[in-house]
Design a protein around this ligand. Structure first.
Ligand code: AMP
Ligand code: ZN
Ligand code: FE
Ligand code: FE
Length: 288
């Protein structure tokens, strides 16, 4: 029988290079097993998983190299944090590479601060323990959550994000990139910027549509509409906004291994949107 089903394209996946639980090699193997045709590795603020993912890429799985950049919109007080997916950029672009180094080193200082606040309240976790869970990758709150689970204080990562823990009481902000500068830097590095889960009110405050209009004018290429943190109404709204602004629409799992419950390929991107992203990129090619 000829294959008439459309390719399965998942453009947002995390590995142990940040706060996923599968190594980059395990991630690409899991992608192939899950029936994906295209997978993007998009670790937080790092390209550290690219080489291992490339080396382990199963035949038949196309690999899009990317990252998810920690950004902030400074147009309101207090500024609103947001995530920018960046695809197929040149990892050696000096400006972008320097930004990534700065973001990761700030993540370390911030995580160490959070651990200090918890310890001051008698919580029996330590920075060496948390740093060990990150294992040289981009450290994030899910690694602190892992220590809280180990200490028997919460049962799940989600519980650790409640306001009495990492959500508010022990929350310390990161030193994020200005989102306009990030869009321009990604473009200048030959990459393609897509706004991750832009309407996910479940994660906190979201930016107004008028900011997305300005970002589109500044070089933003797409909006992630289909994401588990969006309600159906939010997905519909993001799609309509993208159409109005001439942006592509993506859908993806935002897979984090066992740090989240979502499965690979739970949400996917339309092949035509994927092809537009690839055509707009000039940093590095898709592998496979
Ligand atoms: P950080 O980057 O250190 O601020 O931590 C945020 C990361 O934790 C993101 O990758 C989210 O996907 C993840 N995260 C945020 N909220 C939750 C939650 N409620 N349960 C599990 N993971 C979460
Ligand atoms: Zn994450
Ligand atoms: Fe995100
Ligand atoms: Fe993500």
């Amino acid at each position: 029988m000829t294959r008439i089903d459309r390719p399965s394209i998942d453009l947002h996946c995390h590995s142990t290079a940040s706060d996923g639980t599968l190594t980059p090699a395990e991630l690409v193997a899991a992608g192939a097993r899950a029936g994906l045709d295209v997978m993007a590795i998009t670790d937080h603020d790092t390209t550290g998983g690219w080489a291992a993912a490339e080396a382990a890429r199963p035949p038949g799985l196309a690999l899009v190299r990317g990252a998810e950049l920690s950004c902030r919109w400074y147009g309101v007080e207090p500024a609103i944090p947001l995530h920018l997916l960046a695809y197929l950029f040149d990892p050696e672009d000096p400006a972008l590479a320097a930004d990534l180094i700065r973001l990761r080193s700030d993540r370390e200082q911030r995580a160490e601060k959070i651990v200090g606040l918890l310890r001051a309240d008698g919580v029996d976790i330590s920075w060496p323990e948390v740093s060990g869970y990150a294992a040289g990758g981009s450290v994030g709150r899910p690694h602190i959550a892992q220590a809280l689970i180990r200490a028997g204080l919460v049962r799940t990562t989600s519980e650790a994000f409640a306001s009495r823990w990492l959500g508010a009481r022990y929350f310390v902000p990161k030193a994020d990139l200005d989102v306009f500068e990030a869009v321009r830097t990604v473009r200048a590095a030959g990459g393609v910027p897509v706004f991750a889960h832009p309407n996910a009110t479940v994660r906190g405050r979201i930016v107004p549509d008028k900011l997305i209009v300005e970002l589109a004018a500044a070089g933003l290429f797409g909006l992630e509409a289909d994401h588990e943190d969006h309600t159906v109404a939010q997905r519909v709204h993001v799609r309509a906004l993208a159409e109005e602004l001439g942006l592509v629409v993506t859908g993806s799992s935002d897979f984090h291994g066992t740090h989240k419950t979502v499965r690979l390929g739970a949400f996917t991107t339309d092949p035509s949107a994927y092809e537009q992203i690839v055509a707009a990129a000039s940093g590095v090619p898709v592998l496979g």
